[in-house]
Design a binder for this molecule. Structure first.
Ligand code: GDP
Length: 445
């Protein structure tokens, strides 16, 4: 996804500190310079970059640190927190109220992914159990209604629109009224876009805003437009009460830093990132998870909340404590794999789970699923001791043969499971350590 390079570069800049014998002002300065360069190359706004650099320097006062402080970690943590701060306008995300009609209006320029996002969000709320409907008020673009209709049908979300109607306010009001009457909880209105910011677009948006008095307005912007993002986000924000933002096309290779920082600079919270053309290519945006993932720390929080939402097997407290310290057994891996299969596309889940992306079988989604299933069969043939005391068990040939026989798989495949376990648990132990020092309240902050 977009920004991967940025993440790699920042991580590299911070890792350079590890190679230093002493972490002094010069080393800090050099590392921060690299971090700043990486951010600028990803199109993050110059002013924000220099502020971030200054803030980190002000907070990490090397000369005043008590002896024995882990300076590298402190710097790491401060950069993490300052990146979060940069992207977090401090406004809690909008949540529709259950049991009443919530009208959400989508605005944005044509081609930015408004209609696509509208349907994705409808699908998202539908899966959360809200009665959701879609209204097509895009009377400007020929084919807009057909596009919404097709996608809504695919998502199995009821929709409203009228062929040939040119009065956007009229269609929108009718659609909203009808869904309200029928007790729909989330009513999403897709409005017209234009190729550029022009008076007619804003005038129509304002008319719709007055007529519908939506509970929330979402501004949809192409995440790959770089520095131009700031002006665009501001223009929309000044004309309608933009409540939150969706950045689309974050799956491409363009640099997404411009859009991210523009949104932050206009104090609009990002709610979702669009990561593809399909219905479920939508990610809830959570600053800490996002920055964590950017810095290669895995999205432990995201993963935990996805698991909670999907009502899957949850680790008990003891297990959770152990996992968060980075200690993993084969039983944990078994649970993770069976959850992973229930969570949806493996590639998406893998990006949240440290170590997972490296070991997931390449190839089609179907092949990947089959391999994970085979691994689960092997794990199911293991006994309690093997699953829970995985590191102290002697993994000799006779043990592996027994497991292979029990599962109907080959010894080689049993070996593969064990190799993967080693890789994952190594990744987790690294993450465990990182998370521990990042999540410690008050540490260095
Ligand atoms: P609208 O004019 O703003 O309503 O834009 P559309 O929703 O019609 O999207 C324009 C194009 O961008 C379409 O080809 C979409 O499939 C594509 N698109 C939208 N969102 C994403 C995304 O998150 N990733 C990618 N790769 N393509 C997207």
């Amino acid at each position: 996804m977009v920004l991967e390079t940025l993440g790699t570069k920042i991580v590299k800049a911070l890792q350079s500190l590890t190679n230093q014998v002493v972490v002094d002002e010069t080393a800090l300065e050099a590392a921060l310079k690299e971090v700043a360069r990486a951010l600028l190359e990803a199109d993050v706004n110059v002013k924000q970059v220099s502020e971030l650099r200054q803030r980190v320097k002000n907070r990490v006062r090397l000369a005043e640190l008590p002896p024995g402080t882990n300076r590298r970690r402190l710097i790491h943590k401060t950069v993490f927190e300052e990146l979060c701060r940069m992207l977090d306008p401090g406004i809690p995300p909008y949540r529709p109220q259950r049991g009443q009609s919530n009208v959400i209006m989508f605005v944005g320029l044509q081609g930015n992914g408004k209609t696509t996002s509208c349907v994705k969000v409808a699908y998202f709320y539908k899966r959360k159990g809200y009665r959701t409907g879609l209204v097509c008020a895009d009377t400007f673009r020929a084919g807009a209604f057909d596009q919404l209709r097709q996608n809504a049908t695919r998502a199995r979300v009821p929709f409203y629109g009228r062929y040939g109607e040119t009065d956007a306010v009229k269609v929108a009001s009718e659609g909203v009224e009808r869904f309200r009457r029928e007790g729909f909880e989330v009513i999403l209105v897709d409005t017209s876009g234009r190729h550029k910011q022009e008076a007619a677009l804003f005038a129509e948006m304002e008319q719709l805003d007055r007529a519908l008095t939506p509970d929330h307005v979402i501004f949809v912007m192409d995440g790959s437009i770089g520095q131009a993002a700031y002006d665009q986000a501001r223009a929309f924000q000044q004309r309608v009460r933009v409540g939150s933002v969706i950045l689309t096309k974050m799956d491409g290779h363009a640099r997404g830093g411009g859009a991210l920082s523009a949104v932050a600079a206009t104090h609009s919270p990002i709610v979702f990132l669009g990561t593809g053309e399909h219905l479920d290519d939508l990610e809830e945006f959570q600053v800490q998870s996002f920055v964590g993932r950017l810095l290669g720390m895995g999205d432990v929080r995201g993963l935990v909340s996805t698991i909670a939402e999907a009502d899957l097997e949850n680790p008990d407290e003891e297990q959770m404590n152990r996992i968060s310290q980075g200690i993993l057994t084969l039983r944990d891996m078994q649970m993770q794999y069976s959850n992973v299969l229930r969570l949806g596309p493996l590639s998406k889940v893998a990006s949240m789970m440290p170590g997972m992306a490296e070991i997931l079988p390449k190839g089609s989604e179907k092949d990947a699923q089959t391999r994970v299933r085979n691994m689960l069969v092997i794990l199911d043939s293991m006994n309690r001791e093997e699953l829970d005391e995985s590191t102290s068990v002697r993994w000799d040939d006779s043990r592996k043969r027994r497991i292979a026989r029990g599962s109907g798989r080959s010894v080689q495949e049993v070996d593969e499971v064990l190799t993967q376990y080693k890789l994952i648990s190594k990744a987790w132990s690294r993450i465990g350590k990182n998370m521990k020092h990042l999540m410690q309240p008050g540490h260095g902050g």
